[in-house]
Design a binder for this molecule. Structure first.
Ligand code: ADP
Ligand code: MG
Length: 203
């Protein structure tokens, strides 16, 4: 089973990815978890460039994310799925479609096409978008924002709207959840949604 989490920074992706990992492991399943960009040696170097480096053009940004993703899928995700492990990713290609395609204005279809080429067409079984008001996102992140987090408020508003649009385009794969719900409530909803994909019903 291949599951991805999406949403603005501070929406609770890492929190839910870890809670889901714990649930799956408690069920005796092997779980591979990774964050994007990153999860490989090259990917972590690209992460540093794209999140903590200098300014770059939107297409350079999109291509760096796609490069990190290509490496992660080939080195980590595909081998794990091939041995029937579960894979949980904290962001995947929907992030690029929304941040670079819609947020930066490169085009939803163009960025999706680039990324599908990069990952050999591999799509998740289920994608959870944790929907959060951009104003709350800023408050939850606090501290030291990275290069993407520092972008204008209008950029983050486009990103938030972009996730809603993507979910409407792919209702069979993408589910939008209210990120202000309690952590445990979200975990239960996510677990229930995965039952058709082979997760055991709660005892
Ligand atoms: N459902 C929730 N309700 C309230 N706060 C939450 C919830 N989920 C996560 N948080 C808190 O919000 C902050 C960001 O969560 P995190 O999982 O790191 O988000 P992300 O990975 O999407 O950036 C953390 O301080 C976390 O403890
Ligand atoms: Mg996170």
């Amino acid at each position: 089973m291949f599951v991805t989490f999406e949403g603005l920074d501070g929406s609770g992706k890492t929190t839910q990815a870890e809670l889901l990992r714990a649930r799956l492991e408690a069920d005796g399943r092997e779980v591979v978890i990774a964050r994007e960009p990153g999860g490989t040696e090259l990917g972590e170097e690209l992460r540093r460039l794209v999140l903590h480096g200098g300014e770059m053009t939107p297409w350079a940004e999109a291509l760096l994310y796609a490069a990190a993703r290509a490496e992660l899928v080939a080195e980590v995700v595909a081998p794990a799925l091939a041995r029937s492990a579960d894979v949980i990713l904290d962001r995947y290609l929907d992030s690029s479609v929304v941040y670079q395609g819609i947020g930066r204005g490169l085009g939803l279809d163009e960025v999706l096409e680039l990324n599908l080429l990069a990952v050999g067409g591999l799509l998740p079984d289920r994608t959870f978008v944790l929907a959060l008001d951009p104003a709350l996102s800023g408050a939850r992140v606090g501290g030291r924002p990275d290069r993407i987090e520092r972008a204008a408020e209008s950029f983050h508003a486009r990103v938030a709207a972009g996730y809603e649009r993507l979910a409407e385009l792919h209702p069979e794969r993408i589910l939008v959840l209210d990120a202000t719900l309690a952590r445990e409530v979200l975990t239960e909803r996510i677990h229930d949604e995965l039952i058709p994909h082979g997760l055991r019903r709660p005892r």
